[in-house]
Design a protein around this ligand. Structure first.
Ligand code: HEM
Ligand code: HEM
Length: 183
């Protein structure tokens, strides 16, 4: 990571703002992700999956076709540098979400999310573990269901989340998503 040029990325990022908002910080729909500060390595990996079609996003079809590897790296560097606005957790879900995020569940064999995504939800940049802090809760739930239902499967890294999502109930997904959105 760290090979991207944020200034060059900015020049290609205008079209992205139509859905992800200025700087990737204010998506136009709750199920669309914020891109700001997710981590350069993670963003680059996902852009490669989206471009190759391994990760299918109908809204982004064709959008990356004419972009080089360097263009994707530059976009990743640009969005990673933007400020992530933190949301507001649902007070009724926040405690359950916090418990799961920090401790997992011994009984259900769920590892603590914080072990990989960092106790503050900041992710792990070199490992390409994404930041979850501030992410839209509805988007987080949608991704957890996509992993569970076999709709997001892009190799070894995604398999980690597929195994975890298989053990989460819908209620647990909602709770942990709400917690991280305000973290
Ligand atoms: C997801 C980047 C343009 C709609 C993503 C993700 C990235 C990305 C990195 C994955 C985020 C994550 O895993 O957390 C970009 C860039 C764009 C762009 C760099 C400009 C070149 C657009 C546009 C639209 C759009 C124009 C809408 C027409 C979406 C949606 C998802 C997504 C709906 C989430 C899909 C899902 O549920 O998995 N984008 N995007 N994007 N993007 Fe874009
Ligand atoms: C991705 C949530 C535990 C490693 C993600 C994403 C979510 C998530 C929502 C997608 C982010 C996005 O699209 O922007 C959670 C929750 C956890 C948990 C709620 C606890 C219940 C873990 C653990 C690990 C891990 C313990 C490491 C062992 C990863 C990796 C990715 C990821 C590598 C990227 C996968 C890919 O390329 O598709 N996680 N996570 N997560 N998480 Fe977790």
């Amino acid at each position: 990571y760290g090979d991207g040029d944020p200034e060059a990325g900015k020049a290609n990022a205008t079209v992205c703002a139509g859905c992800h908002g200025q700087g990737g910080a204010q998506p136009i729909q709750p199920v669309y992700p914020k891109l700001s500060g997710l981590g350069e390595a993670y963003l680059f990996t996902q852009l490669r999956h989206i471009k190759s079609g391994d990760r299918q996003i109908p809204e982004m079809t064709g959008l990356l076709d004419n972009m080089s590897e360097q263009d994707l790296q530059d976009l990743a560097a640009y969005f990673n540098q933007q400020q992530m606005p933190i949301g507001q957790a649902n007070p009724e879900l926040v405690e359950q979400g916090k418990e799961l995020f920090r401790g997992g569940s011994l009984a259900k064999g769920i590892p603590a999310c914080s072990g990989c995504h960092n106790p503050q939800g900041m992710g792990n940049e070199p490992a390409a573990f994404p930041r979850l802090s501030g992410q839209h809760a509805d988007y987080v739930v949608k991704q957890l269901k996509a992993y569970r239902d076999g709709e997001r499967s892009t190799g070894a890294m995604s398999q980690i989340m597929i195994d975890i999502a298989a053990k989460l109930s819908d209620d647990e997904m909602e709770a942990v998503a709400s917690y991280v959105s305000g973290l």
